[in-house]
Write a protein that binds this ligand. Structure first.
Ligand code: DGJ
Length: 777
């Protein structure tokens, strides 16, 4: 897994090799990161420095060809001739910014080395090894430790650094990345996942050209604007072919990813804590640890890269009882009631949910203090007895008696100025002594740098979790930071990072000894969807946007970086609350089922036939959820601009579920193919459409074309018929060995503008189908 020979380090995973060497002056030179190599001699791969390059500064007079600016490095400092961006900006004990870390020693240990302040990947078996390289800045005695942990079976290598001040005088860190590597250019595109509220994680491809490309967040959280995960894809890479590198950071605060194409054709990659407003003072003997960067590589395109990430996150990030465990189907009352509910309303909703097969009832915002709108009450976690008459323990019991688990919403990091907490402790809020703080969603951020505030949060949340039988917690966080200042720290440059360390401390203290609780984190939807949170919460609410067409983009984006077992996805009502789009219930389910399924709507207003459909959906999901949450997930390159194709294949290849989505219909659509992958070529399968109701109302007066008589669709009896009767869309069934099906199943025609029969697929705008592929003996 890790070897060291003649000054060269080699880190191997099953399908990748990562090689670098110590140069004659002690710098670490990258030789290769990519396909697994057989050879042990790398002369051909070493970047040649055979001619002097103009405008370069020589590192040492003894070698005119040795210039750091043109080398492929594992780490680089400032002020010794490398003019690309450095992963570290440190005001050194002598006051200068010049650093030159050179090799001083290395150590290889079994397993991972946990961190003191931050969560990181872990291993429960003997399946990883860690290389620690110590570098020294000789004149100052400052040490830099580079950690590489190799998860061979996962094709993942993680990196992080620890800076240690070995000097008498303090130093100040202004920027310290978790990793840096220089790669040879392959006409890369930097693929990032951008967005905002209700439009998270949209894939963005940006072809590199000379200069620096930055993906970052400055909101205080990992943010919905730019996910910390990003990819480098060689030109022409597709879902199934081409070289793709993946990087992600185990961190929930401001992050920074820089990719710089140099004039010599090297691509410098770095990721870590955002240097924006960051500074950290290290006194003699003190250490600073950066978050961990996860790296993977695949020559099998985006899917290969994603599948590596998925396996790794399921196996080495998500932990505790919920690791590998099927997620329950939940019903969340938020979009059903918002703040306006009573105990009676909730119990009625829960009873109906139970009848449909729901397993977990989640009471969202509005149950405590004076929280009757988003203007008041945050911070006061005492039950509002006007809404929950019997108190929380009894209410949880009532839900349990219905046959459902009970889950509860909190937003512990926040306070409304109109709250008892704020009135008693205005100093708990993040604000400056000499300015009025700015509000976001009518609330202020609590100062998690303050240990007293952390204790308050731990005590109040634990209090509720102790008295009531709560199986699930939704931990929300609904604003970006402003007015960053804490009286508890002397250097305000530490604020953002100390806040995140404080958050991890709180999560550990509340949930560490409650592993049975399924924690779903959330931040106005997917505003903090990152690996740091996944170390505590096995699933994250992906977006407040549950419109299935929007979700195709959001869940697709997230799926590049995160497994489906972590992606919270709900079916809500139509027309959709944010987009006003009307979509079939089947499509809402077909999108949400590629994730952790939930429902978020008032069942009181769901017609009888749709309730029956929901019951069938939940039964289907329960039967296939292992495949949907933990299967090998494939995205397919769009065969047509108006189609999305997904597939999840069970680990034992006994079954697969494929999704076919039409984002818009087009006139006389032409033939449709169903792409499939990942099946066992030697196994015989049946492929069958999941039956899908066609509601008559969707066709309005068109229904007259297939009826023997004509009716007005707005006529009262016609509306009654709509409520009582529906058709079923065409169900197709085929058989074949895996290889045959993967050749591309040709589907029945869609409605082509005239004529309808029982073999016509009726999709229209936003229509979709799921196909179940099962092994038959
Ligand atoms: C934002 C979340 O994303 C929603 O799901 C809901 O929990 C609201 N907050 C409640 O205020």
């Amino acid at each position: 897994m890790i070897s060291y020979q003649d000054g060269t380090f080699r880190l191997d995973t099953d399908h990748t090799s990562y090689i670098f060497r110590v140069t004659k002056f002690g710098h670490l030179e990258s030789i290769h990161y990519g396909e697994r190599l057989q050879e042990q001699s790398y002369e051909a791969l070493i970047l040649k420095q055979s001619a002097e390059i103009g405008s370069t500064v020589k590192y040492d007079a003894s070698d005119p060809l040795y210039s750091l600016d043109t080398m492929s490095l594992e780490w680089s400092g400032i002020g010794k001739g490398d003019y690309r961006h450095s992963p570290a900006e440190i005001r050194m004990p002598n006051g200068s910014f010049v650093t030159d870390f050179v090799y001083s020693g290395s150590q290889i240990t079994d397993g991972c080395i946990p961190m003191d302040t931050l969560p990181s990947s872990y291993s429960e078996a003997d399946d990883c090894r860690t290389l620690k390289i110590t570098m020294i800045d000789q004149p100052s005695g400052v040490l830099l430790h580079l950690f590489y942990t190799v998860f061979a079976g996962m094709d993942v290598i993680t990196r992080r650094v620890v800076l240690e001040n070995g000097n008498e005088n303090p130093l100040e860190i202004r920027k310290l990345m978790s990793m840096m590597i220089d790669l040879p250019s392959r006409n890369f595109s930097m693929v990032t996942f951008k967005g905002g509220w209700i439009k998270e994680a949209h894939r963005d491809d940006c072809r590199l050209h000379p200069g620096l490309f930055v993906n970052e967040s400055t909101t205080g959280a990992s943010s919905n604007r730019s996910n910390p995960g990003f990819l480098l894809a060689e030109q022409g890479a597709s879902e199934s072919s081409g070289r793709v590198y993946g990087f992600n950071l185990v961190y929930s605060g401001n992050h920074y990813e820089g990719v710089e194409l140099s004039n010599m054709g090297l691509v410098r990659v770095m990721s870590g804590i955002n240097p924006h407003c960051f500074s950290w003072t290290l006194h003699k003997g003190e250490r600073f640890e950066t978050p961990e960067t996860i790296m993977t590589f695949s020559s099998s395109g985006f899917n290969g890269m994603s599948q590596n990430f998925h396996d790794f996150i399921n196996g080495h990030i998500v932990r505790g009882i919920w690791k590998g465990k099927e997620r329950p189907v939940l019903l969340n009352n938020w979009e059903a009631h918002f703040f306006s509910f009573t105990q009676g309303k909730l119990l009625r909703l829960a009873r109906q949910a139970k009848k449909l097969g729901v397993e977990l009832f989640v009471l969202d915002d509005g149950w405590f203090g004076k929280r009757n709108s988003d203007t008041a009450g945050l911070g006061d976690y005492t039950v509002n007895r006007r809404k929950i008459r019997c108190g929380m323990p009894k209410f949880a019991e009532k839900i349990n008696r219905i046959g459902l688990k009970f889950g509860l919403w909190f937003e512990p990091e926040m306070v409304n100025p109109d709250s008892d907490l704020f009135r008693a402790h205005p100093e708990y809020a993040v604000r400056l002594p000499d300015r009025d703080p700015s509000l976001g969603r009518n609330q202020l951020v609590l100062d998690l740098c303050n240990p007293e505030v952390r204790d308050y949060i731990v005590t109040s949340v634990r209090g509720i979790l102790t008295e009531a039988d709560i199986s699930y917690v939704k931990w929300d966080m609904n604003r970006h930071m402003s007015d960053m200042y804490s009286p508890c720290i002397s250097d305000q440059g530490e604020f953002y990072h100390r806040y995140i360390i404080g958050l991890y401390d709180i999560l550990g203290r509340i949930f560490g000894d409650r592993p049975q609780i399924l924690l779903e984190t959330c931040s106005s939807g997917g505003n903090r969807f990152d690996l740091g949170m996944l170390c505590y919460s096995p699933q994250i609410w992906a977006s407040d946007d549950t419109d299935p067409i929007e979700r195709l983009a959001i869940q697709r984006g997230l799926s590049y970086l995160y497994p489906l077992s972590t992606i919270g996805a709900h079916v809500s009502s139509a027309p959709h609350q944010q987009t006003l789009r009307s979509t079939p219930l089947s499509s809402r389910f077909n999108a949400a089922s590629f994730g952790c399924l939930g429902y978020e709507l008032d069942l009181k207003f769901v017609p009888r036939l749709e309730k029956r459909e929901i019951r069938e959906q939940i039964a289907f999901y329960k039967e296939h959820r292992n495949t949907m949450q933990y299967g090998k997930f494939y995205r397919f390159d769009a065969l047509k601009g108006n189609k999305v194709h997904w597939e999840s294949v069970g680990r034992d290849k006994e079954e697969a579920v494929a999704g076919f989505y039409q984002t818009q219909s087009s006139a006389s659509e032409g033939f449709d193919f169903l792409p499939l992958a990942g099946l066992d070529p030697e196994k015989k399968y049946t492929l069958r459409t999941m039956p899908r109701p066609l509601y008559i109302k969707r066709f309005g007066a068109l229904i007259n074309f297939i009826l023997p008589f004509h009716i007005d669709p707005e006529w009262f009896p016609a509306r009654m018929i709509n409520k009582l009767v529906c058709l079923t869309d065409c169900v197709e069934e085929y058989q074949g060995y895996g290889r045959l099906l993967e050749a591309g199943v040709k589907l029945n025609n869609q409605f082509e503008g005239s004529n309808f029969n029982s073999r016509t697929r009726m999709l229209g705008d936003f229509g979709s189908n799921l196909y179940i592929i099962r092994h038959v003996s």
